[in-house]
Design a protein around this ligand. Structure first.
Ligand code: ATP
Length: 354
């Protein structure tokens, strides 16, 4: 196990910057997730750590040693790929043994370690099968066993669950996380699946356009997003576009005058999480009286999600926001076309200057 330090990592393809100055430190035993939209550079970053892509600039240190220019098999890293990348003509045991053979581990030790590792991923007794004789979830565990067999200092997971169906994904997610904790493995995982990222990570890194936008805990990213991109990417939010006219005063492009907290005078957007907005029938004057902002609106769309209900409320020709309600018995759930009022306290909305 070891600490991983990535410093000023850059990858350019011609004029195109796939990764720009990425610096990250991953503590010994930590589970870090790189999260971001397609093409943001997360896989490229992971592959530079694994040694499959050569960085244009920057360094990768594992346990203090500079591994930037080492070939993959000389770095003590275990990698699991999205498509498992098992060798189809080799048995499960031969697949798991592969990394050990590359590292010239003695034959007797290889057999023992393959068995131990298959047991670890709950595949004891499957060593003689071919990958095509295994289910998707089992193949994924073989890929994990192959990565773990070399007793890596760092485990690198590239969208390891995306080929599995939703239910299996949830199970394997928990299995991987428990195994990682049990082994105390420093781990970096790439995913574009937010729920996966939020449930598995100790810490998350949000990337876009080759850059790190924010590093933090789930709560940091959701409640204190560093910028508008992170606010929009992590969880759901509605943006009201407008201007901070004076400290504490926001006017939307649709003419709504609102109290706000923070933000400098000038063009800005208010970000409102759907569960932070309250809603009440239009005529109930007392219902939202305690809130800084109260606005009349009309329900345009109701989306029933089971435990939650999303209500899209039109506030002006250009302003609309989403309110999310827990689906409680006897709770207020308006119908489409119904006049309502919505409200929130100023600090519940974040202000991002343009
Ligand atoms: P995804 O979730 O879709 O896998 P990602 O965030 O992992 O996306 P990367 O695979 O790291 O994205 O790619 C980052 C950017 O670099 C993309 O715009 C991609 O098109 C570009 N890129 C990747 N490999 C090459 C290459 N060999 N030549 C040129 N551009 C490349």
């Amino acid at each position: 196990m070891a600490r991983l330090d990535i410093q000023d990592l850059v990858k350019r393809y011609g004029d195109f910057h796939a990764v720009r100055d990425v610096s990250l430190s991953i503590e010994d035993g930590e589970f870090l997730v790189l999260l971001g939209p397609s093409g943001c550079g997360k896989t490229t970053t992971l592959r530079m750590v694994a040694g499959f892509i050569e960085p244009t600039a920057g360094t990768v240190r594992l346990g203090g040693a500079d591994i930037t220019r080492l070939p993959p098999w000389k770095r003590n890293a275990g990698m699991v790929f999205q498509n498992y990348a098992l060798f189809p003509h080799m048995t499960v045991a031969e697949n798991v043994a592969f990394g050990l053979e590359m590292r010239k581990v003695p034959k007797a030790d290889i057999a023992r370690r393959v068995e131990e590792t298959l047991a670890l991923v709950r595949l004891a007794g499957y060593g003689g099968r071919l990958p095509r004789q295994m289910s998707g979830g089992q193949q994924q565990r073989v890929a994990l066993a192959r990565a773990l067999a070399v007793r890596p200092d760092v485990l690198l997971l590239d969208e390891p669950l995306s080929n599995l169906d939703a239910k299996l994904r949830q199970e394997v997610r928990v299995e991987i996380r428990e195994l990682q904790r049990q082994l105390g493995l420093t781990t970096v995982m790439v995913t574009h699946d937010q729920e996966e990222a939020l449930t598995m990570a100790d810490r998350l890194v949000v990337m876009s356009e080759g850059r790190v936008r924010q590093v933090g805990s789930q709560r940091d990213l959701y409640e204190r997003p560093a910028d508008r991109f992170v606010a929009g990417f992590v969880g759901r939010t509605t943006f009201l576009e407008g201007t901070v006219e004076a400290p504490g005063r926001f006017r939307s492009d649709g003419g709504l005058a609102l109290a706000c907290a923070g933000g400098a005078p000038g063009k800005a957007a208010l970000s409102l999480r759907p569960e932070r907005v309250e809603i009440a029938p239009a005529g109930d004057a007392a219902a939202l009286a305690r809130l800084d902002n109260r606005l009349p609106g009309t329900v345009e769309f109701v989306s029933y999600l089971g435990a939650l209900v999303d209500i899209h409320v039109r506030l002006s020709p250009t302003d609309r926001l989403v309110v999310q309600l827990a689906n409680r018995e006897g709770g207020f759930t308006p119908d489409v076309g119904q006049p309502v009022q919505v409200g929130w306290n100023a600090p519940a909305a974040q202000v991002f200057n343009a």
